[in-house]
Design a protein around this ligand. Sequence first.
Ligand code: CP
Length: 303
Amino acid sequence: MNKKNLISITDFSKEEYLKIMELSRYFEENPNQSLLKGKVIATLFFEPSTRTRLSFETAISRLGGKIIGFSDSNSSSVSKGETLHDTIKMVSNYADLIIMRHPLEGSARYAAEVSDVPVINAGDGANQHPSQTLLDLYSIMKTQGKLDNINLFLVGDLKYGRTVHSLLMAMSQFENPIFNFVAPPELAMPDEYKLFLRQKGIRYFEHLEFNDIINQADIIYMTRVQKERFIDPVEYEKVKNVYILKNEMLAQTKPNMRILHPLPRINEIHTNVDSNPKAYYFTQALNGVYTRMAIISHLLNLK
Ligand code: CP
């Protein structure tokens, strides 16, 4: 069967990113559809989620489709020892599309190889989270009016944060991005991504602090320190509060600067930022519904 998956953000071309932006805008303006009438979509979450699962399920409902799946793999036969291979093989008999989150890097690519129907990676370990990236692009496009010439600050856990890896790859497709990586050495952007940028001739800078340069940012993308990826809890304790963005730090930022965060946050954005018009993270999460409607429509070629 000729099927298209979304496993890595690089599975889509720049033209497809732009098509998703256009479709997202359409679905934001026309959210109630029947394009998925008669179709069944499976959401298989082997790891916890609030936004990704619920916004995908909202997107499916808004498109008129039906949902099967689980939000806790302990309630499935995985708890009896069923393999990922067999789970995916079975579910691809039942559903027209599979959306999966799994803790193992590479699991989504493996699922796509096994499945007879398209697979969307809803996060595989510290690797990729491409649907998050597309909603991040949509959020940047909506707030900045463009995706070219963006000065993007990525702050926090750049080692384990899969959303920043996917976002870096996507933004590198646009004209003249500048990346500012703000992280302690333990959580620095992995070398493979820095090598990728160097090979493309894209500028990036690494910082331990960002108070003095925050006025350069178009987008500040805060991230949570990913406690669940640390092998040693003592190492997590050392870095868990490394950056806390506070309202008083925003006084000199550009008028159109916006703060994004894939959420959930722990305490890396103080709640006193929430009422600042530059705080965009809750609207960003809402944008996920429209972008996920667009992704599903694109993969299933819904007219
Ligand atoms: N942004 C994101 O992936 O959030 P959830 O873990 O709640 O799905």
